[in-house]
Design a protein around this ligand. Structure first.
Ligand code: FES
Ligand SMILES: [Fe+2]
Length: 455
């Protein structure tokens, strides 16, 4: 259908039917170039977790499509600068580290900057015309940055609406879960031969769980257990204790398989809770176990001086969503207290950098990783669940060539459509305030219906 159908700004492959996504959006170089030019320079991007830069002088770099930003812990807080020497343009630093007492020192001719971005040293200044060394010109260029949720977010557009105006209600849903107190237990990265949007979309619906993650589907406590019917239709209905043990087995499998979605410390608490006295009926037993488990997690956290929220209260005031997307390239998977966190950056039109953090409430002396452990995407060292997703993605990328358009479930796969149409809004250079309002609507969990946007 809409092959090369132009939008008002000549967008190729624009979405004209919200239930159908043209396949070329996932590999066409011109479409990728437009995203690079019109989307990425205008959106808020999670650039660093604050525990990666715990001490003054600690820095982290964030790369996006050839641009590099330094996020640095200064004596007055956290700042962000373009990672470019003002003499002849070298990237000042790479990866993460501590800039030490000398500050940032360019490895080419030794110019220096302090953590405030002020130039502190030029070797042999007398050989330059004074105007070339004008202070305002040789200080590092600041990058717009805001803090939220224990993370530093950057935006390359000085005129974009504020971060919280783009995040919307997701920020409050995460705040009540003390997201800013979570710390990274581990951090993995991989390069996937997959367009960044395709990789994001693998997490936007639970429709794939039945086939892609059958081990989770079989063990899921509901609806089979909650209704008192065994997962295996030939098996006898479980007793309340068997049902609770089944749920416990699900938590263990999820903890192993997602390595962090349910943290091992939480499984230890569940191991005790599962032997609590139970009501006589299966749904009642599951409900009582669930309630008590969350109470026990909160108590265990308090006893260990950790900021585990009162999860029962939080679930009542802000109903839990299993995946919380933050447009364009970040999402959190809250479960009980701990969460997994994903960030997916474009590298080329058909490759992306895919990172996963395991976040948990951890003691103050816990040392979080400062850089990801990079693995091949088909590494056996990845937890079971992402490995299953990685298995599909490169295959889907290959399959999209010679394929016209995806067809979406309007009820269950709507987030994919919502995301893609918001991208079209950026490519069409829609009004920034309208884009911010649309982003708030899109940042609304997963398994979503198709909603009107930017009409
Ligand atoms: S390029 Fe950095 S000091 Fe010359
Ligand atoms: Fe999955």
């Amino acid at each position: 259908m809409n092959d090369m159908a132009p939008g008002s700004f000549g967008i190729p492959f624009q979405i004209t039917d919200p239930e159908r996504i043209p396949a070329k959006r996932y590999y066409d170089p011109e479409f990728f170039r437009m995203e690079n030019e019109r989307l990425w320079p205008r959106v808020w991007q999670m650039a660093a977790r604050l525990e990666e830069i715990p001490n003054v002088g600690d820095y982290q770099t964030y790369e996006i499509l050839g641009k590099s930003i330094i996020i640095v812990h200064t004596k007055d807080g956290v700042k962000a600068f373009h990672n470019t020497c003002r003499h002849r343009g070298l990237a000042l630093v790479e990866g993460a580290g501590n800039c030490g007492r000398q500050g940032f020192v360019c490895p080419f001719h030794g110019w220096r900057w302090n953590t405030e971005g002020e130039n502190t040293f030029v070797f042999a200044p007398h050989i330059f015309s004074p105007e070339v060394l004008d202070k305002a010109e040789i200080n590092l260029i600041a990058c717009r940055m805001e803090l939220w949720g224990g993370m530093a977010w950057i935006n390359l557009d000085d005129d974009a609406p504020a971060l919280l105006d783009c995040l919307g209600p997701v920020a409050e849903r995460m705040d009540v879960r003390n997201v800013d107190k979570l710390r990274a237990d581990w951090w993995y990265g991989t390069v996937l031969p997959t367009n960044w949007k395709l990789a994001m979309e693998a997490f936007m619906e639970s429709y794939h769980v039945m086939k892609t993650h059958p081990q989770l589907h079989m063990l899921a406590p509901s609806p089979q257990y909650a209704s008192g019917i065994a997962a295996d239709p030939g098996a006898a209905a479980p007793t309340p204790r068997e049902a609770v043990y089944g749920f416990y087995a699900f938590l263990e499998r999820l903890s192993d398989g997602m390595a962090g979605l349910v943290h091992a410390d939480e499984v230890k608490v569940a191991a005790k809770t599962k032997d609590m006295p139970l009501p006589d009926d299966v749904p009642g037993a599951i409900g009582a176990f669930f309630q008590q488990f969350k109470t026990d997690l909160h108590a265990d956290g308090q006893a260990r001086g950790l900021a585990v929220p009162d999860i029962n209260a939080v679930d009542a005031s802000h109903p839990h969503k299993q995946v919380e997307f933050i447009f364009p390239h970040f999402f959190l998977l809250p479960f009980f207290g701990s969460m997994s966190s994903y960030r997916i950056r474009p590298l080329t039109s058909e490759t992306c950098l895919f990172e996963i953090w395991s976040l948990a409430f951890l003691p103050d002396d816990h040392v979080s990783p400062k850089e990801p452990t990079m693995l091949p995407f088909d590494s056996e060292d990845f937890p079971e669940v992402p490995r299953q997703d990685y298995n599909n993605l490169p295959r889907q990328q290959r399959g999209l060539h010679g394929f016209e358009e995806m067809r979406l479930s309007k009820d269950w796969e709507g987030l994919i459509s919502n995301y893609q149409r918001l991208i079209d809004g950026y490519l069409n250079r829609a009004d920034p305030k309208e884009l911010a309002s649309a982003t708030q609507l899109v940042n609304d969990g997963y398994d979503h219906t198709i909603i009107p946007l930017l009409v």
